[in-house]
Ligand binder design. Structure first.
Ligand SMILES: NC(=O)c1ccc[n+]([C@@H]2O[C@H](COP(=O)([O-])OP(=O)(O)OC[C@H]3O[C@@H](n4cnc5c(N)ncnc54)[C@H](OP(=O)(O)O)[C@@H]3O)[C@@H](O)[C@H]2O)c1
Length: 500
């Protein structure tokens, strides 16, 4: 276990939801597991006024509401928390930030000014904060590293992502920029590489000769909740597809890296994303389905339509569902379709990859045998399931589908880091492997840009009832190829969870 160097962590957007729900709990768990530096200070910064004590109390309350905590440990952790009221977009205000950091240096006797800046503010500030830091030389690396974690979304489209990069890179080098995609922090996503490349039974099969097609599903049971205003400017393509699902696809489809390090792995991620077959007008017409959820009763509860959600215009044409058939132009994947879908208000919350293997050629046995499937579950219960055919006991040779099941949580004495824990720890240790590099982000935007343009077309949106698997047009997308989506759960008893 590598323990990070002593450092200062500055969180911009410290009074926001992400800080309370994800960042502080993640840092607390790292502290609990002795994975934080021996000396560290966390300085929250945002416009809301708090004293250090009031901020500590607020975070203490929020942590104890979210989970069971050890009061003594929590008290010790909170001693490392500080707060600076700051108008994030006012460059003059950063004088206060600099002064506070100087005080912390003296208090902790920091020899080096290693600093992790976490940008958890609205995206409109992502290009402003680096400039303000630079104006006060807070990006100076002469005595300690300076790193910048940037939350999603990184840009709104290809043009804005490029211009955001240009602004940030005026003040921070690419190696200092950590663009977060929390899906990459998930154990199963990383495990895709080990699973693929370290196993003699899978590595030779992972190509167009043996794989028939691949499905990737990112389903959410919830609607937009209180974030209708934000979501309406985003939609499923920007919110899930462009980042999380394409990153997962890259892990499924990339070539083996020459070494296990950030550059080698990210080179391959970028290569495969640059090989996505560009979407022509014909593809958009035939292979893309955009949907929006409509009102319906789900288990006795009336769920409102997207257009009736708080903050959403009554005539909104924002998609809450996307399904796309896409191809990758590499020798490994030539002609193999990847069907990718994501939506809100689907029957359950699940993210999974399904690898469908080709059927065997022997007509006698293959006739009634189920196709082999490998299901890689990314959330909620991280694990892997394999489906294969066995002879049905008794007379004849009928095949029956059976499965082998592995759940990460069944491993004993294994400490699973949550995505934010893993990513914060990596950033503190200067390991950028699981963060998106600029070329990969731009390749994703470049690929989806035709969809963003197409979204404007009046005929492009289909309705689907809450609690269903999306518009029927998405089923037709596979049916026309003689295939079906896997339904991750047939008999849902608990709407927020489904069995692997
Ligand atoms: N919440 C999540 O689960 C989640 C997940 C993935 C990504 N993200 C991304 O993380 C970022 C933060 O999300 P969040 O949910 O924490 O948002 P939020 O609850 O709205 O918090 C925004 C934070 O930014 C601060 N802020 C500074 N200048 C601001 C300004 N001009 N206008 C509004 N707020 C300003 C706010 O504090 P003051 O008003 O006190 O300044 C607040 O601390 C967003 O970019 C979001 O896309 C969030």
């Amino acid at each position: 276990m590598v323990i990070p160097e002593n450092s200062r962590i500055v969180i911009f957007g410290a009074s926001g939801d992400l800080t309370y729900r994800k960042l502080i709990p993640a840092l607390y768990h790292l502290f609990e597991n002795n994975q934080m530096p021996s000396s560290f200070a966390i300085l929250g910064a945002s416009r809301t006024e708090y004293s250090d004590d009031a901020y500590r109390q607020k975070l203490k309350n929020s942590l104890t509401e979210q989970e069971q905590t050890d009061p003594q440990l929590l008290g010790a952790f909170c001693e490392h928390l500080y707060y600076q009221t700051l108008n994030t977009s006012d460059v003059d205000d950063y004088t206060q930030l600099k002064r506070r950091l100087g005080q912390l240096d003296r208090h902790y006797n920091f020899k080096r000014q290693n600093t992790l800046f976490y940008l958890a503010t609205p995206p409109s500030l992502y290009d402003i904060i680096p400039g303000c830091l630079a104006a006060h030389k807070l990006n100076d690396v002469t005595n300690g590293w300076k790193r910048l974690i940037i939350e999603k979304p990184f840009g709104y489209d290809l043009r804005s992502a490029k211009s955001l990069d240009i602004e940030i890179q005026k003040h921070f080098k690419e190696q200092q920029i950590y663009r977060i995609d929390h899906y990459l922090g998930k154990e199963t996503v990383q495990n895709l590489l080990v699973f693929r490349f370290a196993n003699g039974i899978f590595e030779p099969l992972w190509n167009r000769n043996f794989i028939d097609y691949v499905e990737i599903t990112g389903a959410e049971f919830l609607g937009v909740e209180e974030r209708g205003g934000y979501y309406d400017n985003s939609g499923a393509v920007r919110d899930m597809f462009q980042n999380h699902l394409l990153q997962v696809l890259a892990m499924v489809a990339m070539e083996p890296p020459a070494a296990i390090n950030a550059d080698a792995i990210r080179n391959e991620v970028s290569n495969v994303l640059n090989c996505l077959e560009p979407l022509t007008d014909e593809c958009l017409k035939n292979d893309l389905v955009l949907g929006q959820y409509t009102e319906s009763m789900v288990k006795g509860q009336l769920l409102k339509s997207y257009r009736n959600e708080h903050g959403v215009p009554k005539d909104s044409r924002t998609e809450t569902y996307v399904a796309l058939k896409m191809f990758i132009e590499t020798p490994r994947w030539q002609g193999i379709p990847f069907y990718v879908r994501s939506g809100k208000r689907l029957p359950t919350r699940v993210t999974e990859v399904v690898i469908h293997l080709k059927r065997t050629p022997h007509p006698v046995f293959a006739q009634n045998a189920p196709g082999n499937k490998l299901i890689i579950r990314i959330q909620p219960d991280e694990g892997i399931l394999m489906n294969f055919g066995l002879k049905e006991p008794g007379a004849g040779f009928r095949a029956k589908s059976v499965s082998m099941n592995f759940h990460y949580d069944s491993l004993e004495n294994i400490q699973m880091l949550t995505a934010y824990e893993r990513l914060l720890l990596d950033a503190l240790n200067g390991d950028a492997t699981l963060f998106a590099r600029t070329d990969a982000v731009e390749a994703c935007w470049e690929f989806v840009q035709p969809i963003l343009n197409y979204k404007q077309a009046p005929q492009s949106l289909f309705g689907y009832a809450c609690g269903t698997w999306g518009p029927k047009e998405a089923d037709a997308l596979l049916r026309q190829d003689g295939r079906n989506w896997r339904f991750p759960c047939k008999n849902l008893t608990n709407t927020d969870y489904c069995e692997l």
